[in-house]
Design a protein around this ligand. Structure first.
Ligand code: CA
Ligand code: CA
Ligand code: CA
Ligand code: CA
Length: 170
């Protein structure tokens, strides 16, 4: 049942994780997101960056499943997501940050073709688009990630932003 503003926002996050839109979150949603990002930046799956991204995606899935997949069927339903993941992590954004960090670290590396250790806001927007953020929203969201306003998006900005986004305040 999705009836409050709070529940509606949680459902929106569920939809974001359910990348293939089949109604539950499972491992393939995470590997699919990794694949989409690699395709956007033309990075091979078997490269070091590709392997790191798939490893991070698996770690993120395992972390979320460990918290939310209460019946252990390797799927997270909306109900499990609401009652498990969101409520248990809401008061612990640091824990979610650590679960997500390897994936975000690897994703930033993929979005940094020049390997100079920085990701432009434009490339961050491309990454968000690859993850299914609508085109007209990706730019503003990427710009908002650049909290220090230097035109670049870094891990120190992305990890806490992702944790804040995930841990919906009630
Ligand atoms: Ca899915
Ligand atoms: Ca389950
Ligand atoms: Ca760069
Ligand atoms: Ca910045």
């Amino acid at each position: 049942m999705v009836n409050s503003e709070y529940e509606r926002r949680i459902a929106a996050r569920f939809t974001t994780f359910d990348q293939d839109g089949n109604g539950h979150i499972d491992r393939s949603d995470f590997s699919g997101a990794a694949k989409a990002l690699l395709a956007e930046f033309g990075v091979a799956a078997r490269s070091d960056k590709g392997q790191a991204l798939y490893g991070g995606a698996e770690a993120l899935w395992q972390g979320l499943a460990g918290i939310a997949d209460r019946d252990g069927d390797q799927r997270i339903t909306l109900e499990e997501f609401v009652t498990g993941a969101v409520k248990r992590l809401r008061d612990k954004p640091d824990r979610f940050a650590e679960i997500a960090r390897p994936f975000l670290h690897a994703a930033l590396a993929v979005a940094d073709p020049a390997d100079d250790g920085t990701v432009t806001v434009a490339n961050a927007a491309r990454a968000l688009t690859a993850f299914g953020v609508p085109g007209d929203a990706a730019g503003p969201v990427a710009a908002a990630l650049d909290t220090d306003g230097d035109g670049r998006v870094g891990e120190a900005e992305v990890v806490p932003a992702f944790a804040r986004w995930f841990t919906v305040p009630e």
